[in-house]
Design a protein around this ligand. Structure first.
Ligand SMILES: *[C@@H]1O[C@H](CO)[C@@H](O)[C@H](O)[C@H]1NC(C)=O
Ligand SMILES: *[C@@H]1O[C@H](CO)[C@@H](O)[C@H](O)[C@H]1NC(C)=O
Ligand SMILES: *[C@@H]1O[C@H](CO)[C@@H](O)[C@H](O)[C@H]1NC(C)=O
Ligand SMILES: *[C@@H]1O[C@H](CO)[C@@H](O)[C@H](O)[C@H]1NC(C)=O
Ligand SMILES: *[C@@H]1O[C@H](CO)[C@@H](O)[C@H](O)[C@H]1NC(C)=O
Length: 828
């Protein structure tokens, strides 16, 4: 090699390095998360790390890691990300620590699949970034990538997931990456009327379209900022009027102008243009049409690069956004000092858009020597609205975990149904004081009506509900009247201590259950408030949801989701409903146990239901169980000590004897009552039946007698005889027995009960069992140390071991021992 060659090589290497430096934007913050997986995966040059719950990173009430068991979903680079998902049954969040303020990408990857009881195609949820709702009541139907960019001013970026009522949320992968400051500058042009928009820097943006005109799909690995660009063919209104050109190597990035971070050469180097061919009289537009959400403003970025002209000033054309001439007589060469093939872009901001289609056209200008027009790239970004939201629907729950935001206007209504009935009704009240009294903020409730202000509520009697978060649930009396056909007696579906329960139908056809309290008594009022307070704070698949309430005219009305199949009790005895199978009964018990477990281990303070009974376990159209009736609930045992006078409450036959004796209330009282429910489910008879011989009157005593003799099978529901596997029955009986222990300390927690019921279900369904070593009596004992400290979400590594098992919805409790037990008994 002579010195000339060497010099040449050095120059080449030097040039390459320059390219490296100029091309590679190195984001300061970069988080790539492979959700619901215990393994990291590499996609492109990024490693998506497995998310771990209960870290600062991820906070979620349950730990559900879903695996699609598919090797490939779509043959794309990011397929690996879609293999697993994390499911959230309650408000959950990721917290990313941000080291450099400024704009950050947020990319969310969804692929719905069916995992155990969770059909993700029907999931519905809201995602927030800080206080911006990114999507609301969102149901991805297929592989979906959502890209946003938000300006993070300090500290942490919190991305939160809130399931819609009765649903759950999920995500397959997630990324948060710094964006170079130069990408979105503060101002853009306005048209109609023309002017300048300032303040772009503070906008949250959602990418609606990012298109490579006249070129192919550009994958994220070919873009310095990890963006993808799609081909424009499918957006062209009349593809025959357009043609394309490609000259990627000709693209120049001018000094002080756009860089490859604005758009890569594969975008600037291809274009779609007027197909004027050899006709010098061509006079038409090339138009692209995009779907947008009405009601928002859009940032539209047009990328140009004249790769077709052979000399400056050859090409002059017009650009229209939705029929407005935004750039008349555009002559690209004048933008770059006479140079051709030079990257150039323009930003426009629309006025709030009232249509769902946005058109963009290019067409000839009479000033052009020859008719022609071109476009190289296009980006359409939705801007947050004045409420700071990017979500289109009217349903905007508050940002979970944000105290400040409670009571602030965040949306229009709880939902279209209520919007319809609530329209026109505004409440103006003060709110500041009440907010401070909020004890928890894990609600996602407050909603205002039709843009009105939401705030505290005052009873007509002068009593104030001290929960700021529930106010938005208010429903006008007239709407309730309409829904129940003016409290038609023939629409009564139940009568309880509190009053009558009516079936109701809201304007839009939604079925509801309307509970109307007896004329206001002090006790009724207290229960009414407790119920609203509880239900507006706790949302769970297995707790019945409150849709609203009405306290006008001294009324105490609660409106719930309608539970098609009524009470568990009605399916056990005293009606002509078809018998439930053992599996159905176990699943119902498991669902109810989950609801109670959630209450007992809630985020802030444990809640004791105090009236657990089969009449308070409701079944939806799929026989899914939901716990109802929170009127007697209490938060935390300590609360009771300050209210010592409280009379013993609850229902006979279910009452914890220890509570009765000592008047000391703990979660274990619910466990006792639940134990009675278990035997009720097994024996299908009332818990107190005075018509029976004395020793049989009380179900709990009667069942315990047979359980202790080991002959529980003698008293089970005749319809179940021969249908329960003996192991399953044994496990179930032992679980019930433990629940009915005389002293609370000897009873298992709801978490333990849940796992043992799951186990009983597994034993029922397992084909091979009868492990001689398996002595299930000590399952509860073995589990207690682990499950006992399960208050929030357990971060122990055993969760990961467990996720592959077939046990339904493990919900975050570490139970590797039960798992090994299952493996053992099933594996023989
Ligand atoms: C989902 O998307 C893939 C491509 O990503 C497509 O092949 C498939 O047909 C879509 N499925 C449905 C149901 O639309
Ligand atoms: C370019 O145009 C031709 C026909 O004019 C079309 O078949 C082709 O798909 C276009 N290429 C792109 C990338 O749009
Ligand atoms: C994208 O990059 C790959 C290599 O990483 C290359 O083979 C491919 O041609 C590129 N595609 C485009 C559109 O530039
Ligand atoms: C192109 O579109 C604009 C806006 O819709 C319209 O005003 C103009 O007349 C069109 N030009 C041609 C040649 O059709
Ligand atoms: C977007 O939100 C910011 C602050 O959250 C607000 O200042 C801005 O006005 C909003 N944008 C629009 C177009 O309303």
């Amino acid at each position: 090699m002579d010195s000339g060659d060497l010099r040449f090589s050095i120059r080449v290497v030097f040039a390459l390095c320059l390219v490296c430096f100029s091309v590679g934007f190195d984001p300061v913050d970069k988080y790539y998360v492979n959700c619901g997986s215990s393994n990291d995966v590499k996609v492109g040059n990024s490693i998506y790390v497995a998310d771990k719950s209960a870290s600062k990173f991820l906070t979620t009430p349950q730990d559900i890691l879903a695996d699609s068991n598919l090797n490939s979903i779509t043959p794309s680079e990011e397929s690996l990300l879609y293999r697993t998902a994390r499911i959230y049954t309650g408000p959950s969040k990721y917290t990313f620590s941000i080291s450099q303020n400024g704009r950050h990408w947020i990319r969310l990857y969804f692929y719905p699949f069916v995992y155990q009881n969770y059909d993700m195609r029907s999931a519905s949820f809201t995602v927030f970034a800080q206080k911006t709702a990114l999507v609301s009541d969102f149901t991805p139907k297929n592989v979906t990538v959502k890209e946003f960019s938000v300006n993070v001013m300090s500290g942490d970026l919190v991305i939160a997931f809130s399931p819609s009522s009765n649903s759950f949320a999920y995500i397959n992968a997630l990324e948060v990456v710094s964006v170079p400051d130069s990408l979105i500058v503060d101002h853009a042009s306005l048209f109609n009327p023309s002017g300048e928009f300032n303040g772009l820097v503070n906008q949250a943006l959602e990418t609606v379209a990012r298109v490579n005109m006249g070129g192919p799909f550009v994958s994220f690995s070919n873009d310095t900022l990890g963006r993808t660009w799609v081909s424009d063919r499918s957006f062209l209104l009349q593809p025959n009027l357009a043609t394309n050109e490609s000259k990627i190597s000709a693209v120049k990035y001018p000094q002080g102008g756009p860089t490859t971070d604005i758009a890569p050469p594969t975008v600037y180097g291809t274009c779609t243009m007027m197909n004027s061919g050899s006709d010098p009289n061509s006079n038409f537009n090339v138009t692209w049409v995009f779907s947008v959400d009405p009601g928002f403003q859009y940032l539209i970025r047009l990328h140009f690069c004249d790769i077709v002209s052979t000399a400056a000033n050859q090409l002059v054309f017009n650009v229209y956004i939705d029929s407005f001439l935004v750039s008349p007589d555009l002559e690209l060469s004048t933008k770059s000092g006479g140079q051709l093939a030079t990257a150039y872009y323009m930003d426009f901001v629309t006025t709030p858009f009232d249509k769902s289609k946005l058109g963009l056209s290019i067409g000839p200008s009479p000033r052009s020597a020859y008719p022609g027009a071109l476009l190289n790239g296009l980006e359409i970004m939705k801007m947050n609205n004045s409420r700071g939201s990017l979500a289109g629907a009217a349903i905007l729950p508050t940002f979970p975990g944000s105290k400040k935001n409670l009571g602030v206007i965040v949306g229009v209504s709880i939902g279209v149904p209520l919007a319809l009935v609530m329209i026109g009704i505004l409440f103006f009240m003060h709110r500041r004081r009440r907010q401070e009294r909020l004890r928890h903020s894990r609600t996602w409730v407050p909603i205002s009506i039709n843009g009105g202000t939401t705030m505290g509520s005052k009873y007509s009697t002068g009593t104030t509900i001290s929960v700021g978060s529930n106010m938005s649930y208010r429903i006008p009396f007239i709407a309730v009247q309409e829904a129940t056909n003016n409290f038609d007696e023939s629409w009564v579906i139940g009568i309880g201590g509190f009053g009558k329960v009516y079936k109701g139908i809201l304007n839009d056809g939604t079925k509801v259950a309307v509970k109307r309290g007896n004329p206001r008594s002090q006790q009724g009022l207290a229960e009414f408030r407790t119920e609203i307070e509880m239900l507006s704070q706790f949302r769970h698949r297995h707790l019945v949801s409150l849709i609203g309430y009405c306290d006008e005219k001294n009324e105490m009305i609660l409106v719930y989701e309608y539970m098609e199949n009524g009470t568990l009790k009605s399916h056990l005895y005293g009606s002509n409903l078809p018998n439930l199978s053992w599996k159905q009964r176990l699943e119902i018990c498991i669902g109810a146990a989950r609801g109670l477990h959630y209450l007992h281990t809630g985020d802030a303070k444990a809640v004791i239901h105090r009236d657990v009974k089969s009449a308070n376990i409701l079944l939806d159209e799929n026989l899914m169980a939901k716990v109802a009736d929170f009127g007697l609930s209490k938060t935390g045992p300590e609360l009771d000590q300050t209210h010592v006078s409280t009379a013993v409450k609850g229902s006979f036959g279910y009452l914890d004897p220890e509570y009765f004796r000592r008047q000391q209330l703990t979660e274990k009282s619910d466990v006792y009552s639940f134990g009675v429910v278990l035997f009720e489910v097994l024996c299908a008879r009332p818990v107190i039946d005075p018509s029976l011989p004395r020793e049989m009157v009380n179900l709990a005593e009667w069942a315990m007698k047979w359980q202790k003799k080991g002959q529980l099978d003698q008293i089970i529901d005749p319809n179940l005889v021969g249908k329960i596997k003996s192991d399953s029955l044994r496990k179930f009986g032992e679980t019930g027995e433990k629940c009915l222990a005389d002293f609370g300390v000897d009873r298992p927690s709801m978490g333990d009960v849940l796992w043992n019921l799951e186990y009983a279900l597994q034993l029922q369904e397992a084909t091979v069992h009868n492990d001689p070593e398996e002595n299930s009596t000590n399952v509860i004992g073995q589990l207690s140390p682990q499950v006992g400290d399960f208050n929030h979400v357990d971060a122990s590594p055993s969760v990961a071991q467990f996720e592959t098992s077939s046990v339904d919805d493990l919900s975050g409790v570490s139970m590797s021992r039960v798992f090994s037990q299952l493996v053992k008994s099933e594996g023989r």
